[in-house]
Ligand binder design. Structure first.
Ligand SMILES: NC(=O)c1ccc[n+]([C@@H]2O[C@H](COP(=O)([O-])OP(=O)(O)OC[C@H]3O[C@@H](n4cnc5c(N)ncnc54)[C@H](O)[C@@H]3O)[C@@H](O)[C@H]2O)c1
Length: 433
């Protein structure tokens, strides 16, 4: 394929060199004549292991050329990849002017040539950017059916960029609707087995990944600081933490949904927070972990109340299924708040048999919800019959069993994002979807 690569910085130079290695003919485009001249001589404009050799051989074999002329590049290629910078503005927000400027140049060249073209945005852009740029700059070309547009975020790391291009940690292709088939030659262009999403989803993946990476560094550093204070080896502690591939280094706990709860997480995070404060230390991530959970809980109650109904049902009261442990349950906290605000509640949890509850569970109910007994129903269907809003945190019954009692005016609030619940003939909502 003949491909133009716009922006010959860290991402563009590596993309150009690696695509040339795969046999594509690359035309690099940059504003800076010095970068273009260097590229044309097979000299890397940046320091990156392995890149010099690739550029030299790409240039020698005629697979890589460069120009400052966008029209010339677009006229001689079937696809363009935009890799220009998206720096921060002084306010911290993202400057899309370089992307917009290149987009306008490409649109002008394509409007003049009327040739079919594939356009891939590779620069990191906030969710909604691709759709906005397409609307502003490419609407006519898209309507004419001559332009296919994809957003494919880049995950390479400087220092290992060539290897990362060949073996990407993740491959993502964003399309307008997230479901149209992506031609094989495009899907295979940037390596890996791509996940298909809408443009916004693909843009969000890039930010989610970098946010997560930053969070991991912050977390490891907070554990390290705490360990140093205790005279413990933080590196060793984190090494052992990472040995747990079941709960720690895994997708476990990585689903949006209910606030964290139960008998351990809230208690242990609070205790560690109190300990850190006592030690006179500042661990903002730890502190804000409690704050973000409290904000999520508040939003959960707000969502229930936003339906403006008085009769609220809970299918599931314990913090997760298959336990009768009510300690720290976000559902108990929400029920308590709503009850206090005068709502009428109906609750069913298959694991909670009031006559069997003893010890801390019984105490929890006596202290916080002394009226729980009269709110408990013996079937999920009774909850449906007595409620207008139903909070579903556990699968307390099969959908078939619930169906006879579901009304079109019921509001289901799904705490876990179970796709099956969307098929119930009623209104559907959730905190994160
Ligand atoms: N550097 C990384 O490790 C990395 C990794 C993943 C994603 N990204 C993202 O990729 C994008 C590019 O990053 P980078 O580090 O390669 O940036 P960079 O600043 O190194 O390079 C950008 C290049 O674009 C050129 N340019 C600007 N306007 C142009 C125009 N109108 N026409 C042609 N060229 C133009 C600049 O001259 C420069 O050479 C950014 O959105 C960045 O966030 C970077």
């Amino acid at each position: 394929m003949n491909i133009s690569v716009f922006g010959l910085g860290y991402v563009g130079a590596v993309t150009a060199a690696c695509l040339a290695k795969k046999g594509h003919s690359i035309i690099g485009v940059d504003l800076h004549p010095a970068k273009v001249a260097a590229f044309n001589q097979g000299i890397s404009p940046i320091v990156e292991p392995g890149l010099d050799a690739l550029l030299k051989s790409g240039s020698a074999s005629g697979h890589i050329t460069a120009t400052v002329n966008a029209d010339e590049a677009v006229a001689n290629s079937e696809a363009s990849i935009i890799c220009v910078g998206t720096p921060s503005l002084p306010s911290g927000s993202l400057d899309l002017n370089y992307v917009l400027s290149v987009a306008r140049q490409i649109a002008a060249a394509l409007t003049a040539s009327k040739k079919a073209h594939v356009l891939i945005f590779r620069s990191t852009m906030l969710p909604g950017s691709t759709r906005r740029i397409v609307g502003e700059v490419f609407a006519g070309l898209v309507q004419a059916g001559t332009l296919q547009i994809y957003y494919c975020p880049e995950f390479l790391r400087e220092g290992t960029a060539v290897r990362d291009f060949d073996e990407p940690s993740l491959a993502v292709v964003g399309t307008e609707d997230g479901s149209s088939a992506v031609p094989e030659e495009i899907a295979g262009l940037l390596g890996g087995k791509p996940e298909l999403l809408r443009w916004e989803g693909a843009e969000m993946i890039k930010y989610s990944c970098n946010y997560f990476h930053a969070l991991k560094v912050g977390f490891a550093n907070e554990i390290g600081r705490l360990c140093k204070q205790l005279g413990e080896d933080g590196k060793r502690v984190m090494q052992v933490v990472c040995e747990d591939k079941k709960l720690n280094i895994s997708s476990y706990y990585m689903r949006p949904g209910a606030p964290f709860g139960g008998s351990c997480l809230p208690k242990d995070v609070s205790a560690l927070h109190a300990f850190v404060r006592h030690e006179g230390m500042s661990l903002p991530l730890l502190e804000n972990t409690l704050a973000t959970n409290a904000a999520h809980q508040q939003l959960f109650v707000q969502l229930i109340e936003s339906k403006q109904k008085r009769r609220i049902g809970f299918l599931g009261l314990a913090f997760k299924a298959d336990t009768d442990d009510l300690r720290g349950s976000p559902l108990v906290a929400a029920a308590e708040t709503l009850y206090g605000r005068g709502h009428s509640l109906s609750i069913f949890d298959p694991q909670i048999n009031l006559s069997r509850l003893i010890g801390s569970n019984e105490q929890q109910i006596q202290q916080r919800m002394p009226h729980l007994a009269q709110l408990m129903k013996s079937t999920a269907n009774e909850v449906l019959q007595n409620s207008d809003v139903i909070v579903i945190s556990q699968k307390c019954a099969t959908l078939e069993a619930l169906l006879p009692d579901v009304r079109p005016d019921h509001h289901i609030i799904d705490m876990n994002g179970w796709d099956e619940l969307r098929s119930l003939p009623c209104q559907y909502d959730g905190i994160c979807w």
